[in-house]
Design a protein around this ligand. Structure first.
Ligand SMILES: Cc1cc2nc3c(=O)[nH]c(=O)nc-3n(C[C@H](O)[C@H](O)[C@H](O)COP(=O)(O)OP(=O)(O)OC[C@H]3O[C@@H](n4cnc5c(N)ncnc54)[C@H](O)[C@@H]3O)c2cc1C
Length: 358
């Protein structure tokens, strides 16, 4: 028997692949509603992998995950759109900044070509190709898409159930002196669980379980990404991004749209007060300034408060870890720091985890 902790996109994909391989699988979720975690609060973008070091797990699993995710969408009627993305230099404050940005765009192009992303192209004066886009040059990445995340999660859970996966909600897993217990969140009744493998896909809380298992040095710090809702969509369906942030793994405030018809600007990057801190904190004027650097389509009044997602930033002995971390310790597999591009990579992360059990 395999027990997966967490019913987000990562735990659910692992459960699905294990069940398809003939295993008896239980998914145990502490929340009453599956999908309450990071998986329900993101940009819904299928990333090409262009940003990541080619030797990283993020790069390898994003490339593979993209292909597997699209096959799943086609098989299970999940709405998605391969709309492409524009990464623009945007407005700059100085000549030096502009020169640096041109170098960054060239570097991204080079990285993308190295890992085989097709049809990349640098466009001068991107505003001539995509109206309202600011900047002197931009990288066009046709291999990028958006997916309807609520439907994706729903269809994945349905596919899991069809393969025989059992979901137990409102139950929290803890490790106490080497034994594993499930605690009912309502009654607090505690029950010991035995399994041949446990998989810790606890998202923001996965550090708690690895600490309880004896590895005290891992810590997840929640990093807040706020989204503002935009009054109207752009007149074309393409994602507009700035160059990625240098100080963080965040990609910078970008324009995105959901297939249901809403458009958003986001997410920014600030430390959250806690793993439950979902309150909006950035003044609209400050946020508008970030968006204005890449697009001249909106007025400040077009922005209204949207939603907040929390990134599970991983630290080991106080040092930031940029890559996904997947660790096998006795009969546990721990997944830590599964931030972006986790949604894209999920099916490939699951393959990796299943492979570690063989
Ligand atoms: C702002 C933001 C934007 C993003 N945008 C993108 C994007 O556009 N494209 C992309 O590819 N990726 C994106 N990501 C990353 C992606 O959303 C995540 O990598 C992915 O959703 C992580 O899923 P998860 O299953 O690990 O976590 P979660 O969805 O949080 O699931 C973990 C689950 O485990 C449960 N749990 C925790 N501890 C326990 C316990 N002890 N017992 C029982 N249950 C437990 C929790 O309740 C939760 O439901 C974004 C992330 C953020 C924050």
């Amino acid at each position: 028997m395999k027990v997966v902790v967490g019913s987000g996109i990562i735990g659910s994909w692992i459960a699905y692949q294990l069940a398809k391989a003939g295993e008896e699988v239980y998914v145990i979720e502490k929340s009453e509603n599956a999908g309450d975690g990071i998986s329900g609060r993101n940009s819904g973008v299928l990333h090409s992998g262009i940003y990541y070091d080619p030797n990283s797990l993020k790069s390898k699993l994003c490339l593979r995950g993209y292909e597997l995710a699209i096959s799943f969408f086609q098989k299970h009627q999940v709405p998605f759109l391969l709309c492409g993305k524009v990464i623009t230099s945007g407005l700059s404050n100085s000549k030096e900044e502009e020169t640096e940005k041109q170098i960054e765009i060239e570097k991204l192009l080079e990285n993308g070509k190295n890992i085989g992303i097709p049809d990349l192209e640098i466009k001068q004066n991107p505003g001539n190709h995509w109206k309202h886009v600011e900047g002197n040059s931009a990288l066009w990445v046709p291999k990028t898409g958006v997916v309807d995340v609520p439907t994706y999660l729903k269809m994945l859970w349905r596919a899991c159930e069809e393969e025989g996966v059992q979901f137990l909600k409102n139950k929290k897993i803890v490790i106490d002196q080497g034994s594993v217990f499930s605690i009912d969140e309502t009654t607090q009744v505690r029950e010991e669980i035995e399994a041949d493998h446990f998989i810790n896909a606890g998202g923001l809380y996965s550090d708690e379980l690895i600490k309880q298992a004896g590895s005290e040095d891992y810590e997840i710090r929640p990093n807040k990404g706020e989204y503002f809702r935009l009054k109207k969509t752009l007149p074309y369906e393409t994602l507009i991004y700035p160059l990625p942030m240098k100080t963080s793994t965040a990609l910078g405030v970008h324009y995105t749209f959901h297939l249901a018809g809403d458009a958003y600007a986001g997410p920014n990057s600030n430390w959250a007060e806690s793993k439950e801190d979902y309150k909006m904190q950035t003044p609209r004027s400050e946020y508008f300034e970030s968006l204005r650097k890449i697009l001249n389509f909106y007025k400040e009044e077009d922005l209204s408060e949207g939603y907040v997602g929390l990134r599970p930033r991983l630290f080991y002995k106080g040092a930031a870890i940029k890559d996904f971390t997947i660790l096998k310790q006795s009969n546990w597999i721990h997944l830590l720091g599964i931030e972006s591009p986790g949604l894209t990579s999920a099916p490939a992360i699951a393959e990796e985890v299943v492979g570690m059990m063989e």
